[in-house]
Every structure is written in C-alpha cells, then in structure tokens.
Design a binder for this molecule. Structure first.
Ligand code: GRF
Length: 201
C-alpha cells in the first residue's frame, strides 16, 4: 500500500477528487495517510476530517520557512508518506523539504506550464488572450511551478468566457488529471530523463 500525504491551504477540491478516485479504485494500492494544512481553518482540512482522515494543521505564522517545513516533513514521515501531493498548497517549499522527498512531491497548476506560473494562472492566461489553456501535473523541484511534467490537459477559451468560467472548466480537468497522474506515479511505471517524464508499460 502506498501512503499519500496531501498538503492544502484552501477549499480542497483536488484533495476530494483524489480521495474519490481512490475510493473508486482508480488509484490502486494507495491510501491517504495524512492531510496537512498550513491554515487551521482551511475548508479542505475540515473536509478531510469529515471523511475520517487524519487531518493536521501546522501553522506557519511567526516561524521561519525551513523550520515550518521541517515540522511538516516530520509529520509526513511519522505517517510513512511515500508520495506528497500538493493540492492548492499556497506556500513555496524550502530546499530542505524538496530534498527530503526528492522526486516524490507532485503539484497541480492551473495552466499549461511553462506558461503562466505563479498565482492566479487562470486570470493571467485569460488576460493574456490565449485561446487554449489547461492544467499541468508536475514533479516539484526547488523552483516555482517548474519540475518535470507528468500530465497536461488542454482547455479552450470559449467566446463569452470570463476568467472565472475558464477557471471552473480547468478545475474539472484538474480533478481528472491529478488522479491519473498519481496512479501512474504510484505504479512506478515511468522514468524521468532530464526534464522528460517517460511512461513505461
Ligand atoms: C487549483 O486550481 C490548483 O491547480 C491550484 O490551486 C487550486 C486549488 O484548488 N494549485 P482546490 O483547493 O484543490 O479546490
């Protein structure tokens, strides 16, 4: 059984999509061992508790990033987490955290990277005037929204869209993309060569 650790800061819809995919048997041999948030009042943390999962708040306020991250790493280790899934976790990871789980941290970002990294990617894409955007699941390295890409799904910008409507349609694809990417990574049937993620049968 592969233990997943979820990190979130907000509503947690990606976390819920992962939990539902596991229940539906779409991520074989995986379970959510712990859900951690930097914000005690994150709705996603309450949703995790409501599902009977172990949900832990590790507040960052007033602490150095490296120190806060070490506490999260300790919590992940305590729950024997093998794969860390960032699901709307709104903090940059320190190098120590990335190194502690090298190649074993995933993130989802609501644009087709390398376009529009950082905050409000859907608004950035909409205002730039792109006609296609989407989402990206990638391994986390020490740079923001940067590591090797595991999976991308494209979403067209439709006439009459506003940034909110676009974000909603991207989110639907995020939920599918994240569960699929986790299943592939958990299966171990891949290699990463340079920046390239290569699935193996
Ligand atoms: C998603 O758009 C995700 O791509 C981004 O943050 C948002 C989190 O949404 N990293 P949710 O909390 O999973 O609903």
């Amino acid at each position: 059984m592969h233990n997943l650790g979820i990190l979130l800061s907000g509503r947690g819809s990606n976390f819920l999509a992962i939990a539902e995919a596991i229940e539906a048997g779409k991520i074989p041999d995986a379970r959510i061992a712990v859900v951690i948030s930097n914000l005690a009042d994150a709705p996603g943390l309450a949703a995790a508790r409501a599902r009977g999962l172990t949900a832990v708040a590790i507040e960052a306020r007033g602490r150095k990033r490296a120190e806060h991250d070490q506490e999260i790493v300790a919590c992940l280790r305590e729950h024997q987490v093998e794969l860390v899934c960032l699901a709307g976790y709104m903090r940059l990871l320190s190098p120590g955290f990335v190194q502690a789980f090298a190649g074993r941290i995933l993130n989802i970002h609501p644009s087709l990277l390398p376009a529009f990294p950082g905050l409000d990617a859907q608004v950035q894409a909409f205002e730039y005037g792109v006609q296609v955007s989407g989402c990206t699941v990638h391994f986390v390295d020490e740079q923001l929204d940067h590591g090797p890409i595991i999976s991308q799904r494209a979403v067209r910008v439709e006439p009459g869209d506003d940034a909110h409507a676009l974000a909603e349609r991207i989110l639907e694809q995020e939920h599918l993309a994240y569960a699929e990417a986790i299943a592939r990574v958990v299966s171990g049937k891949y290699a990463v060569v340079g920046r390239r993620y290569l699935p193996r049968s």
